[in-house]
Design a protein around this ligand. Structure first.
Ligand SMILES: Nc1ncnc2c1ncn2[C@@H]1O[C@H](COP(=O)(O)OP(=O)(O)O)[C@@H](O)[C@H]1O
Ligand SMILES: Cc1ncc(COP(=O)(O)OP(=O)(O)O)c(N)n1
Length: 268
């Protein structure tokens, strides 16, 4: 039986994240993929501009995908306004199944201008409906409304615990490399207080755009296939690592390129 997954996300024409990355990851994992577009990210010369889709169009797309019997998992990516957070949360209230929320509050390519009230909307409406959220540290700091960055493994653990409590869901925190430059650290906390640390050797690359979206999409794919949360997170981390190792340049004129979510199909 074919498994079906939905991403509710923005479009990035340059495929450095967004629904392009999600759909590529889902297809690579052998899933039938569906999408609801929240907005369009326009990235040029280190600047990010996002044009949000209207609430009416967002609702119409959600009504359209409602014709599909049952999704095996849903991923939520970039949302652009409090209203979008509320609309998507209302849709998810009627969904029974795993929900992965990637709180896209910043891009590597540049800062996003966020509507006031976005953090409260995530905390009060969306995150409590999530099975797991997948922020990076910057996004975690925004959600915790703190300017203090965790700089050691111990402070990262305290930070992750606070984030998990604030979101009332499990957590996959992309910590980065606070301890040394050779290693990337991610922390996994489930709602029952079980926790794991995933460490990967740091890949030296300038082609890393899309790593966060690939990670959360791969996690969504694993959950759709019925994997438990911990093993889904571990497999998603391995999948992303390979996508980073197979990253590619967009053009000689552009200093940074993308990860390749469809790396397992390279030799096909
Ligand atoms: N240079 C790298 N080498 C190895 N792993 C990396 C590297 N960059 C990111 N990762 C891993 O990729 C995943 C996505 O992380 P990150 O790039 O921090 O997300 P985001 O794009 O949301 O900021 C995490 O599992 C992180 O540990
Ligand atoms: C539409 C859209 N959403 C999210 C992103 C950022 O994705 P991410 O994987 O977090 O990318 P990097 O920050 O690693 O570049 C995007 N580019 N577009």
């Amino acid at each position: 039986m074919v498994k079906k997954v939905l991403t509710i996300a923005g479009s990035d024409s340059l495929s450095g994240g967004g629904l392009q990355d999600d759909l590529a990851t889902f297809a690579t994992e052998g899933l039938a993929a569906f999408s609801v577009i929240t907005g369009i990210a326009l990235i040029k010369e280190g600047e990010v501009r996002v044009e949000a889709l209207s609430s009416a169009l967002l609702k119409e797309q959600l009504a359209s995908v409602d014709q599909v019997d049952q999704f095996d998992a849903i991923k939520v990516g970039m949302l652009q306004s409090v209203e979008q957070v509320v609309i998507v949360s209302d849709y998810l209230k009627n969904y029974i199944g795993p929900v992965v929320v990637d709180p896209v509050l910043s891009f590597k390519e540049g800062e996003l201008s966020l509507e006031p009230g976005m953090v409260d909307a995530y905390v009060n409406y969306l995150l409590p409906l999530a099975t797991i959220m997948t922020p990076n540290v910057k996004e975690g700091m925004a959600l915790l409304e703190t300017t203090e960055k965790p700089r050691s493994k111990t402070t990262a653990l305290t930070f992750a615990k606070a984030l998990c409590q604030r979101g009332r869901c499990s957590l996959y925190l992309k910590v980065g490399n606070p301890v040394n430059d050779e290693e990337y650290l991610d922390l996994f906390f489930d709602e029952n207080g079980h926790r794991s640390a995933f460490r990967h050797h740091a890949v030296t690359t300038t082609n890393g755009h899309g790593s966060g979206c690939t990670l959360s999409a791969a996690l969504t794919a694993q959950l759709a296939k019925g994997e438990n949360l911990h093993d889904a997170a571990m497999k998603a981390a391995d999948f992303t690592q390979k996508a980073i190792e197979n990253g590619y340049s967009l053009s000689a004129g552009l200093p940074e390129g993308n990860v390749l979510p469809n790396w397992p199909l390279l030799d096909k």
